[in-house]
Design a protein around this ligand. Structure first.
Ligand SMILES: [Zn+2]
Length: 224
């Protein structure tokens, strides 16, 4: 009834949403540059960035290129700094639908999704973990449960933007800690894959026998 009187609006362009659209309209979603990594989960840029540091990685998928001109740039900023994670959720839900359609990624075997945690301090400041919003969108599209409260990030690092690459890698050791049993296979979800330092440190903290997949909504292009 209320949806008819006040239809939900696209979190990006504010157009009224159709009943099958989640948070973002299809018109906006189709502006995202797709990577097509889901067609080749062990031969793509996301996998190459993570695999050398994550021996138990079984596949990695990033949905969309995180580049200048892509609406995803704004959606991630909205989620991180403006208290509006809905568009990121919509992009993750869309990625989940693409995985379903293609049917190559064996997500029906995944026992759970896990969002890469952020520190307690950042969680308090932001009010939520944006990676968890991405994981929620995927969980809904894939019908795989999202597991929370099993994984923690121990301390806030100073802004990573200011750090060099080497320093960034070494500063993350021991930052993530498991505080509960982790099922296997499990898919670890984050909003954007950049150097892979954060995700690699996170993966190394999981029990070594865990069969791991990684899914991120965005991926940066490699700096040349
Ligand atoms: Zn829109």
């Amino acid at each position: 009834m209320w949806d008819w009187v006040f239809p939900p609006l696209c979190a990006s362009c504010a157009a009224p949403l159709l009943p099958e659209e989640k948070e973002v309209c299809l018109r906006c979603l189709l502006r995202l540059p797709q990577t097509l990594f889901w067609r080749n989960p062990t031969h793509n840029e996301a996998y190459y960035r993570l695999a050398p540091h994550a021996p138990t990685l079984h596949g990695a998928i990033s949905g969309f290129w995180y580049v200048e001109g892509s609406p995803l740039r704004r959606w991630v900023q909205l989620a991180k700094y403006h208290n509006q994670p809905e568009a990121l959720y919509g992009a993750a839900y869309f990625l989940g639908s693409l995985l379903r359609q293609e049917g190559i990624v064996p997500f029906p075997s995944w026992k759970a999704l896990l969002a890469v945690p952020i520190s307690e301090a950042r969680l308090r400041r932001r009010g939520y973990n944006q990676a968890e919003w991405a994981a929620r969108g995927l969980a809904q599209a894939l019908e795989v449960p999202l597991l929370t409260g099993r994984w923690r990030r121990q301390h806030a690092t100073t802004s990573q933007v200011a750090k060099g690459r080497i320093q960034r890698w070494t500063s993350m050791e021991g930052e993530f800690i498991c505080v509960g049993p982790i099922p296997s296979p499990v898919a670890v979800v984050d909003d954007v894959l950049t150097t892979g330092a954060t995700l690699s440190a996170a993966l190394q903290s999981l029990p070594p026998e865990t069969h791991v997949w990684v899914v991120t909504v965005g991926i940066t292009q490699r700096r040349r």
